[in-house]
Structure formats: C-alpha cells, structure tokens
Design a protein around this ligand. Structure first.
Ligand code: PLP
Length: 432
C-alpha cells in the first residue's frame, strides 16, 4: 500500500500499491492494453496456472491497470481485495453465481434496481436459482425466509426509486450465525457509506455511476471484506468448502488463505473460476477511464450531496410537486437509518411525484433544458428519467408497486453543476 490513510480523498489518488510505472516512472496509471503476458520460464508459467503463485496470465482474468482500480476501490470500501468485471450487471450476477448452484436460493431485498430484479426473477430463475424477496421495512422478514439452501442475502444501500436506506447491520447480523454473507450494492453511495464497517461481507458497485462519474465507461466491481467467517457452517457454502473439480479438487476455503494470507476465498474463486469461465472482463481502457473518476469521487460526492440538499429544499416548497422522495425525508426509523448509515451527505438521488401522473411526468421530462434525460445515475451532470415508462417498464404492475414506482414519479440524479442552475432548470420545467 502506498498510503495507510483512511480518508477517501487520499485513497482515490494513492490507494493500493501503484506509485509509479516501474519501467518508465509515469505517475498516471498506464493503460496496459495487452491480452497476454510473457512468462519468465516454463516453471513460472506452471506455477501461475497451478495457483502456486499469483501473477499476470491473461487479461480475461487480470490486468495491471485494472488491478490498480481494484486495489483503490477495495481500499475506499475498507475491504481486502477487489475484482473488476465488465458492468454492474455482471457484478450482480457474479456475486450470486459465485455461491449458488441449481436448487439453491438467496434472499434479496424488495428494494432493488429494476435490472437486478430482472436478473434475479427471470435469468437466475431459469438457471434454477430461487430468489426470495424480503421487505426491509421489517428485518425479521429476512430471517423467516432462510433455509438450508440459502447461500447469501442481497441488498442495495440506497435503492431507487424508494430511496429507503437498507438496515445493513441488522440484516448482516441475521445472516452471520448461519454462515450467510450479506452482499450489498453500494453503487449510489460510494464514500458516504462504508457497508463493510456495518457488517456487509461483500460490497459491489456499478462503476458506471458515481465512481466513474464522467459517464463514459461501463464497469463493475466486487469487493471482499476479508472478514466473513465462511467456516461457521461449512455445509452452508459448498462452493467454498467442497473440492472444485475445475481446479483438480482444490478447496477454496483452505487453499486461498494458505496462498494469499487473506480470508478471501470468495473473491479468488470469483476471479479464477467465474471470470475464467464466463469471461465478463472489463477492458483496460475502461478501467483507466474509471480510475480518472475515482481520483475525484470524494470531492464530487460532497458537491452531489450539497446540491441535492438545496434541490430537495426547493422542490419541497414547489406548488407543482406533490411529494419529494429523499433518503432523509422518510418518517421514523427509515429516515433515521439514512442519518445512521450515510456520512458526509445523504445522496444525490431524489424522486418527485408530480400532480397529473404519467402525462405530467413525461411533459416535465420533455421540458428540461439542462438536465439530461438518460437511463443512468451518478453522472457529474444532473440527470432525470421517468421510470414507469423506461427503466422499470419491464416489471409487472405488482413489481412496480412493490418497487415504489408510481405513474408520476420522476427520478433525479443531482449532479455537480452550480445548484442555482439545477434549480432554475427544474423550476422552468415544472412551470411549463
Ligand atoms: N446496480 C445499480 C444500483 C444500478 O443502478 C445499476 C445500473 O443502473 C446497476 C447495478 C447495473 O450497472 P451497469 O449499468 O454498470 O451494468
């Protein structure tokens, strides 16, 4: 590590082992646009393939540019190791596939990104993995769904559109005695939430959003806290404790701590089995682009959150807005959770419900002049979308209602422009 700092501003620039390029001394992380790596000798190659030592083999499985991104985001999250993949969707699929086979189940929060719901309710189902949904309003809902085939619990820290912060510690504590890890999607809250500190075993991000920030590259990452006790019930996690025939019968739970000195069998298995077999590698160029975003994500999050506060206060008073949905505006325990789990700001995501339902939502979107109308969040630019007709349009009416999408709901991702300009554009669109 080049820094032991716990401050996100410093980690974004110095986290991980990269200090300079060893051959040319360049400070900016080079783009290693290569597929392959020359082995030192036949023995060296055999050792790498036999997992007797770690090193570069082939960019589908690892790459030096990507490695810097993995180390820095892992440091940002307070984890031990990271694995980049081609998109946030690939990360969501990998985190489940890494522990589940046909006949297994996971328990997922009902508050999820629509794409994750599609993946879970359709694609994973077709592969024989059952997803059981629990409403986080009452954390006991998670406990009730556990059986001997439950491999993990999955949630999002700040899911949209509900924007109800997830009870991370409460649910992590339910899983731990059973040997069930909590996997948390922290896409909406880099820097302002550290799920590992609250008990999450695994954290994932769509790097496409706030971490990349510039809206130019798709990517995903999985981070291993390194502190989950996989051995508490070995029958619970066959992918960690049963011999793996694809690696001459290796038992990841035993071999990885011996090889790396770290409790990261989950992450190493995801790399050397899933990335090897499924091939959802991020390109080194995208990893480089996302590193440029990572260098300033701590600064940007401050501006995103400060702007969001001002926009929220403005919208709350606006006569055309029926309701503002924001992490701290929920009543009671859910609003309190935002204050407990988010530090340094309460997020950039916001919802508004407009008088006039579907038509009012569409008219508002069409009237925006500065805000972009895009299917994305977490860009440096302010963004807006109408979920019922776009991102959530493939969900059934029942799933839509469960996700909190009403016909007049508009999702806003508040950017880092001057707050006066964001407010002026929203105001003119509301008054059109
Ligand atoms: N998780 C969340 C919370 C998201 O919002 C998204 C995309 O919108 C994803 C995962 C999927 O990420 P990607 O678009 O990088 O595949």
């Amino acid at each position: 590590m080049t820094t032991t700092s716990k401050n996100p501003e410093t980690i974004g620039l110095h986290g991980g082992t990269y200090r300079k390029d060893e051959s040319q001394t360049s400070v900016a992380v080079p783009i290693h646009q290569t597929t392959s790596y020359q082995f030192n000798s036949a023995q060296h190659a055999a050792n790498l393939f036999g997992l007797k030592e770690f090193g570069n083999i082939y960019t589908r499985i690892m790459n030096p540019t990507t490695n810097t991104l993995e180390e820095r985001v892992a440091a940002l999250e307070g984890g031990v190791a990271g694995l980049c993949v081609s998109s946030g969707q690939a990360a969501s699929a990998f985190v489940v596939q890494n522990l589940c086979s046909t006949g297994d189940n996971i328990i997922a929060s009902t508050d999820l990104y629509g794409g994750t719901v599609n993946l879970f309710s359709n694609t994973l189902k077709s592969m024989g993995v059952e997803v059981r949904y629990a409403d986080p309003v009452d954390t006991k809902n998670f406990e009730k769904l556990i059986d001997e085939k439950t491999r993990l619990i999955y949630a999002e820290v700040l899911p949209n559109p509900s924007l109800r912060v997830f009870p991370i510690k409460e649910v992590a504590d339910i899983g731990k005695p059973h040997g069930i890890p909590l996997v948390v999607d922290n896409t909406a809250c880099p820097v302002i939430c550290k799920p590992i500190e609250h008990g999450a075993a695994i954290v994932m991000h769509s790097l496409t959003k706030f971490i990349g920030g510039h809206g130019n590259s798709i990517g995903g990452i999985i981070i291993d806290s390194g502190n989950f006790d996989w051995s508490i019930n070995k029958d619970r996690q066959p992918n960690i404790w049963k011999p793996d025939p694809s690696y001459h019968g290796v038992v990841w739970g035993d071999a990885v701590p011996q090889l790396t000195g770290a409790n990261i069998p989950y992450l190493v298995r995801a790399r050397v089995v899933l990335l090897r077999d499924l091939g959802s590698a991020i390109s080194p160029f995208n990893a480089f682009q996302i590193i440029q975003g990572l260098e300033t994500v701590a600064l940007r999050m401050k501006q995103h959150c400060a702007n969001a506060e001002k926009v929220k206060d403005f919208l709350k008073k606006h006569s055309k807005v029926q309701k503002v949905i924001y992490s701290t505006l929920h009543k009671g325990e859910i609003g309190e959770r935002a204050k407990r789990y988010l530090k340094g700001g309460y997020g950039a995501l916001m919802g508004i419900e407009l008088e006039g339902g579907l038509e009012a939502g569409k008219k508002f979107i069409d009237s925006l002049k500065m805000l972009y109308h895009v299917a994305n969040i977490g860009d440096a630019r302010s963004l807006a979308i109408h979920p019922a007709s776009t991102t959530h349009s493939q969900l059934s009416d029942k799933d839509l209602a469960a996700a909190g999408v009403t016909p007049g709901y508009v999702r806003l991702s508040i950017g880092i422009e001057h707050s006066d300009d964001i407010i002026a554009d929203l105001d003119q669109a509301l008054n059109t």
